[in-house]
Write a protein of this length. Structure first.
Length: 561
């Protein structure tokens, strides 16, 4: 007898083949039959009018901390995602010695913009090794996890705080190889690195101090274990990005590994960049390299306030310094006319660190501690014009009147040429990723890439057929990452399945929810059109009833080297 049969759906099996009507039968967490499934089952689900697809896979997340208190990785399941890859940007929560917990916590909170009170309240540090970290989360997982180990963590374990100061010795590199091998044997699917990130003291993360021979040696270890290298390059500069693509291609060929980088970002400051990078990837692919860029489907919706340092102010030194001050000093500075002139002057020449040109006049009043109907939802540029002041002064005055609790929004940043993005996303060389789920939780909602792919680029632009979009979110990712038994609807594969309405699937509106392990809020997006999600054969999420009590997620396995 089967455990479950999903009947009468439109099956998109993940391969990119044309969809067909049929059933999917499951037993013991595996798919056992597809097509016309006869026989009895303990449970049957009618999928008439819905697509039956493999669960979506998200290759760039930062759920490392959230998984400790929320094994469901909310709200990813609501968007049809059944497998996530945490541990990106050279940062994971293990391996980590006890004496380095605060150092890592400060770095993680800076780069991924997580509130300190929530991070500290949610983490009960019970581990040091990578195996111990996985043991701490494994029993409560409602989603599959294919974790990366961070290169910065490998260096910190072997070298101590010297990892932040210098290159490694030959003996230290050998020790790092052994540690990486231990992490891969424990369940890591690869290693993450970064060539751009800075820590809480505005110093390069430890991974950036690695000499080429160190990265080469670690990639040799990845090759011996079938692991992947994921890295963050200088994605805003075409020349630097092409140089990094060449380096990744060389590592890929030499060690027989897949490499991937995130993000491939289309910027109005450098509109030719993506085309140049793709030409280089095509060249290297033709010569046997495996280099996959990740592009997010959605534009960025940004929030900022004056309470704490945020990436919005990373290229504005006076603003950044102001947000670092204690509250009382900050209030004094913001009231000082001379300092206000300096802040205004910086805002006149602003460009986000990701290379996007934006205008703070387009910001709007998004949230207030004491909502003022005369201000809520209004554009800052219009308010400044009414008051006869600079937009920086309007932001400051509104914030001061609200005890700094006002949050401002900047919506739909980037992806200005939607038709161009549609063509890029359809390119078989480009993967879907760079979503950052679990990070920047009070700054912007890092969710909705899956639904937006279908609503904007399948239904809206017709850039690709339904089955190709499903393949990009499933089999393509599983193939690049070497995930075992994931990404396809096939007998013997894990029963990770999403049922969705192809005419309605979309990202929902951004909302603020108070579900952190300490007082505070974060921005998330609910999904539209995702009806049910099954993880390893068990219902994990239903649009009708919400999250299921089952915790059927597991640490996903990679295909053996």
């Amino acid at each position: 007898m089967l455990d479950l049969v999903i009947r009468n759906g439109l099956i998109c099996d993940g391969s990119g083949a044309p969809p067909f009507r049929g059933d999917v039968g499951m037993r013991d967490g595996k798919i056992v039959a597809i097509g016309e499934v006869a026989g009895r089952a303990r449970e049957s689900v009618d999928a008439t009018g819905l697509v039956i697809a493999p669960g979506f896979i998200d290759p760039h997340t930062h759920y490392d901390a959230q998984l400790v208190w929320d094994g469901l990785a909310q709200p990813s399941l609501e968007h049809g995602i059944t497998t996530i890859m945490p541990g990106n940007c050279s940062l994971s929560l293990a391996p980590l010695r006890a004496e380095h917990r605060e150092l890592l916590g400060a770095t993680f909170r800076k780069i991924e913009e997580m509130p300190k009170n929530a991070f500290d309240a949610g983490l009960s540090w019970t581990w040091e090794s990578f195996a111990e970290y996985l043991a701490a989360i494994r029993g409560q997982l409602g989603v599959n996890v294919a974790p990366l180990v961070g290169h910065s963590l490998v260096r910190l374990w072997v070298m101590g705080e010297a990892a932040r100061e210098r290159a490694a010795t030959d003996d230290e590199i050998v020790a790092m190889q052994g540690l990486l091998a231990e992490c891969l044997d424990a369940g890591a699917v690869g290693m993450s690195g970064s060539w751009v990130d800075i820590d809480h003291e505005n110093r390069p993360v430890a991974a950036r101090l690695a000499e080429p021979k160190e990265l080469d040696a670690l990639c040799a270890t990845l090759g011996a274990h079938g692991g992947i290298l994921q890295i963050v390059p200088e994605f805003w500069d075409a020349d630097l990005l092409c140089a990094r693509i060449d380096l990744l291609a060389d590592l890929s060929r030499r060690h027989g590994i897949a490499t991937t980088f995130s993000p491939l970002f289309d910027s109005n400051a450098a509109p030719e960049l993506v085309g140049i990078a793709l030409d280089r990837i095509r060249l290297q692919t033709a010569h046997g390299a495996r280099v996959t860029p990740q592009m997010q489907t959605r534009p960025i919706d940004l929030s900022f306030d004056l309470t704490a340092p945020m990436s919005t102010f990373a290229t504005l030194p006076a603003w950044w310094a102001m947000t670092l001050l204690p509250r009382d000093e900050k209030l004094v500075l913001l009231a000082d006319p001379e300092r206000r002139r300096v802040l205004a002057g910086e805002m006149d020449h602003f460009m986000m660190p990701i290379g996007l040109k934006i205008d703070f006049a387009d910001a709007y009043v998004k949230r207030m501690g004491r909502p003022d109907p005369a201000l809520m939802g209004r554009r800052v540029g219009d308010i400044a014009a009414e008051r006869g002041c600079h937009i920086a002064e309007a932001i400051i005055d509104i914030s001061l009147a609200d005890d700094l609790e006002t949050a401002f929004g900047l919506d739909a940043i980037g992806h200005d040429d939607a038709a161009k993005i549609a063509g890029l996303l359809a390119d078989p060389l480009i993967g879907i990723g760079a979503g950052d789920g679990g990070a920047h939780v009070t700054n912007f909602a890092t969710y909705g890439d899956t639904g937006y792919l279908f609503s904007r680029y399948v239904r809206g632009f017709g850039a690709m057929p339904l089955e190709h979009a499903v393949r990009k979110l499933t089999h393509d990712v599983a193939t690049v990452w070497g995930l075992k038994d994931r990404g396809l609807l096939r007998p013997g594969y894990a029963a990770d399945i999403v049922l969705f309405d192809a005419e309605k699937i979309d990202r929902g509106p951004e909302i603020a929810v108070d579900d952190l392990p300490a007082p505070g809020f974060r921005y998330i997006r609910r999904a539209k059109g995702v009806m049910r999600v099954f993880v390893n054969g068990a219902l994990a999420y239903s649009r009708a009833t919400g999250y299921a009590p089952a915790r059927s997620g597991m640490v996903a396995e990679r295909i053996a080297a």
